[in-house]
Design a protein around this ligand. Structure first.
Ligand SMILES: *Cc1c(COP(=O)(O)O)cnc(C)c1O
Length: 480
């Protein structure tokens, strides 16, 4: 069994096994002609049922054969141009090389004595990101597992920086289309059930700052404590960007922590054409960025940044075995002092490889392409009488619905759209997302693949219309 340990004596096995795994994936990618096969959980379950984990196969080739059956053959492939559903990007090859290196060396980024150069690489990328944001010389941050964790940490710091008597008095202000992790964080941080004040959005799904000002004023009048304003730079559904400069002014006026959730919109930090759309982000006290959403990085790769490095002390605890107090005096860079995690992946290496091979402009150009594609998609939808499209994109999502000419019952239209999405998924021809606007069922394209074309969008719209019409036709038959 020792022959399976990765070390100086097993380099050959390592090379052969990993190459074999890579070959399988490469072969799959080469022959995948749809984003999905339409497999159901019921189809898959028996295949897994048959596998006895207490009877290993002892052979990598045999296990990879088995993996084809239970996973690779029917996986959802984000690289396919007709995968248009969630905020998953196709990944760039330099990042995948980084992934292979980081898992083999297996550094853990909690302490310098488990990572050495890895810690300095991560720090350099944090500094790079903070500079791109414009956070100033005192900025710092840390890589995290994702936007959810970044938001949680940012709000933890905000709470600790706020003076309050009872956590029940604390209020967090976020738009009605902000990410649900804001509410989840509030719960985890022990805030009351009414802690998150939902601020209405305008026609373009951007936070209404007049309403924000009113709520901040009301909070003060009621003797409650404003803990943070969460501005979203790229809402998950609409890609809308809250008016950051106005929000920054209000935060300044009311002396409230400003957090910018740029999990999605951070791609603009590398953009060659649209950087101005996140103007004002530099005023933030904290920022969430998800490189695994708009920097073409594999999951997971995310960071939380702060304008004032001193605020990260709220995440600092010392353990004798790991990062004793004296290490601070000795100026040993232990990232665990800034992180909610302890053992932590060296995800930063993927971004490092990407920036060193492609450069930020390379990433920005790809992101600009998907933003342009969304604009084209919007034009197609706006000109197509079969569809209603919600907002003109600031990033790369499109929220729309099929509207049949002959049907007026809103719940029937909802069902037709829901059906179209499910039928499309079952066919595997394309994968799209769904969401609600008000109470109504909508569909969503999240465009993160520069390989997707306007023709793909047209074709998928055609498929959606076809499925919806089929549903409505059958529904008429059922009624008669
Ligand atoms: C996706 C997203 C998150 C959550 O990020 P994860 O990486 O999925 O944890 C938070 N905020 C916004 C705006 C997002 O789009």
């Amino acid at each position: 069994m020792r022959s399976h340990l990765l070390n100086d004596t097993t380099a050959d096995r390592y090379r052969r096994s990993v190459t074999e795994g890579i070959e399988r994936v490469a072969a799959r990618l080469a022959t995948t002609d749809r984003p999905f096969t339409g497999v159901t959980a019921d189809d898959l379950a028996p295949r897994l049922e048959r596998i006895d984990l207490d009877r290993p196969l002892h052979d990598t080739t045999a296990v990879l054969d088995e993996l084809e059956e239970v996973y690779l053959k029917d996986a959802v492939y984000f690289h396919h141009p007709r995968y248009l559903a969630h905020l998953n990007c196709p990944v760039v090859i330099p990042a995948v090389v980084g992934e292979a290196v980081l898992s083999a060396v297996n550094s853990s980024l909690d302490t310098f004595d488990q990572s050495a150069g890895g810690t300095l690489i991560e720090r350099k990328l944090i500094d790079w990101t903070a500079r791109r944001i414009g956070l100033g010389p005192a900025a710092d941050g840390v890589f995290t597992s994702g936007g959810t964790q970044s938001n949680l940490q940012a709000l933890l710091l905000a709470r600790e920086e706020t003076k309050y008597d009872s956590p029940a008095d604390l209020r967090v202000f976020a738009s009605e289309v902000s990410h649900f992790s804001v509410r989840k964080s509030a719960k985890l941080l022990g805030l009351g059930p009414d802690a998150v004040v939902s601020i209405p959005v305008d026609h373009d799904k951007r936070m209404q700052t007049v309403a924000l000002a009113r709520e901040l004023e009301r909070c003060r009048d009621e003797g409650l404590v404003a803990m943070a304003v969460v501005a979203t730079a790229g809402t998950t559904d609409f890609g809308s960007i809250d008016p950051l400069p106005e929000i920054a002014e209000l935060c300044n006026h009311y002396d409230v922590w400003m957090h910018v959730d740029a999990a999605y919109g951070c791609g603009l930090l590398a953009s060659l054409k649209h950087r101005d759309r996140i103007e004002g982000i530099e005023h933030a006290d904290s920022v969430t960025v998800d490189y695994h959403k708009s920097f073409f990085q594999p999951v997971s790769s995310s960071a939380v940044l702060v304008g004032d490095s001193a605020t990260l002390r709220h995440a600092t605890y010392h353990a004798e075995y790991l990062n004793p107090r004296r290490t601070v005096a000795e100026r040993i860079p232990n990232q665990v002092d800034k992180s909610l995690q302890t053992t932590r992946r060296f995800d930063a290496l993927k971004l490092w490889m990407t920036l060193r091979v492609m450069g930020a402009d390379g990433i920005g150009a790809l992101f600009d392409e998907v933003c342009e594609l969304a604009e084209t998609g919007w034009e197609l939808l706006a000109a197509d009488p079969r569809f209603d499209v919600v907002v003109r994109p600031s990033l790369s999502t499109l929220v729309f619905r099929y509207i049949p000419v002959a049907v007026t019952d809103p719940s029937e239209i909802d069902r037709a759209n829901l059906y179209a999405r499910k039928a499309l998924f079952a066919s595997g021809d394309a994968v799209v997302a769904g969401t609600k606007v008000g109470d109504r069922q909508y569909l969503k394209f999240t465009l993160l693949n520069p390989e997707t074309t306007a023709d793909d969008i047209s074709a998928v719209l055609g498929l959606i219309a076809g499925h919806a019409e089929q549903y409505l036709g059958e529904s008429l038959d059922r009624a008669s």
